[in-house]
Design a protein around this ligand. Structure first.
Ligand code: PMP
Length: 357
């Protein structure tokens, strides 16, 4: 029998098994002799049907209507770190709430373009808890936060409640639970974690904010260009769009965002319980701030990390090496992973502790 692989990679990450199968079928020779989905014009009827269903399903799952535009871009969340302040912070000051590595990176990009204020940060405590929020600047462009910090393993339960537009980096928790998307001014997420493969970035933007965009931006970097062209100003990442569509179909088959939340809650609880029950493994993040998606953890002896990663991979559990910024281990439990993956990991952890602890 072939070994079952449970892939804990932080991104690009595991695809749901049915999506992986549909992708393979989509690329196989077709009985009708037509080219595969990766080999057709994005302006043709066949691809436009995919694009239309993709946007409709995205809107449906996010629960957003005409007040918001949904655009599909490339460049990842990293491009949004610059694109967002370029479009919305020309003559107002943006505010940043910093709960980890990615928020710091977003702030650094904003500051290359102009002043940006930190209104809360838990950096001094090593990002073991969420930051308290201070006063927003007057004439505040937006408040940016990172919904889920993929490296430090912290997650906000809900968006901060403020009177200015809220801008969210939801890269590593997109569509993992019901979320008040319609309350957000702007949100962005790369597809390579919960929405398929790399190459596609989803941006949600409240339409009234489009009026604030300066008129002298390169057209490519103006959100309005993408709204007006239905995200087809240039050639989109067509295969990534197709995989995103199959992933959205799968999410709905599995009970939608409520179904995802139930799976994700149960998986995270099982792994945190195993970590907390042992003196060998630790996760130092405050309980109320712990991420359901990315769980960093450490072995009592840091020297055992490499052995853990190598042996886990041999046992069919790849992707557990921690991010280079933090060291240690990390399990990413995106939508595609099921409870069996966590049970296999917990078994492996117990076994490793018995042998090496
Ligand atoms: N923000 C967060 C929260 C992330 O997890 C990541 C990717 N790990 C990024 C931003 C960067 O994403 P990309 O590589 O798509 O630019």
């Amino acid at each position: 029998a072939t070994q079952v692989i449970h892939n804990f990679s932080a991104g690009p990450a595991a695809l749901p098994q049915p999506v992986r199968e549909r992708l393979a079928e989509a690329l196989a020779p077709r009985p009708d002799g037509q080219p595969s989905v990766a080999e057709i014009s994005h302006r043709g009827k066949r691809f436009l049907a995919i694009a239309e269903e993709l946007e409709a399903r995205l809107r449906g799952l996010m629960g957003v209507g005409d007040d918001h535009a949904v655009v599909l871009l490339q460049g990842g969340a990293n491009l949004q770190f610059a694109w967002l302040p370029m479009n919305l912070a020309r003559d107002r000051t943006p505010a940043y709430l910093i709960s980890g590595y990615w928020g710091q990176k977003a702030l650094a990009e904003a500051r290359r373009l102009g002043p940006a204020e930190v209104v809360g940060s838990s950096a001094d405590e090593g990002f073991l808890d969420l930051p308290e929020m201070g006063h927003l600047p007057s004439e505040c462009a937006y408040l940016h936060y990172t919904g889920n910090e993929t490296i430090h393993g912290l997650q906000f339960a809900s968006p901060p409640a403020v009177a200015v537009p809220v801008a969210a980096d939801l890269s590593s928790e997109f569509l993992s639970r019901p979320y008040p998307y319609a309350d957000l001014g702007l949100a962005y997420a790369g597809a390579q974690k919960n929405l398929g493969i790399a190459g596609l970035t989803v941006v949600l933007i409240r339409r009234d904010l489009l009026d604030r965009i300066p008129d002298d931006l390169p057209r490519f970097l103006d959100y309005r260009t993408w709204v007006q062209s239905d995200s087809m100003y240039n050639t989109p990442a067509t295969l990534a769009w197709y995989v995103a569509l199959e992933t959205l179909r799968w999410i709905e088959e599995e009970g939608g965002l409520a179904g995802m939340a139930a799976r994700n809650q149960a998986k995270a609880e099982a792994l945190y319980a195993a970590i907390d029950a042992s003196d060998f493994y630790t996760n130092p993040v405050a309980a109320h701030a712990r991420s359901l998606m990315n769980i960093p953890f450490w072995t009592a002896d840091e020297a055992l990390v490499a052995a853990f990663v190598g042996e886990a991979e041999q046992a069919g559990l790849p992707g557990l090496k921690g991010h280079r910024a933090l060291g240690g281990l990390r399990a990413s439990l995106y939508n595609a992973l099921d409870m069996d993956a966590v049970l296999a990991l917990v078994d492996f952890m117990r076994d490793f502790e018995q042998r090496r602890g």
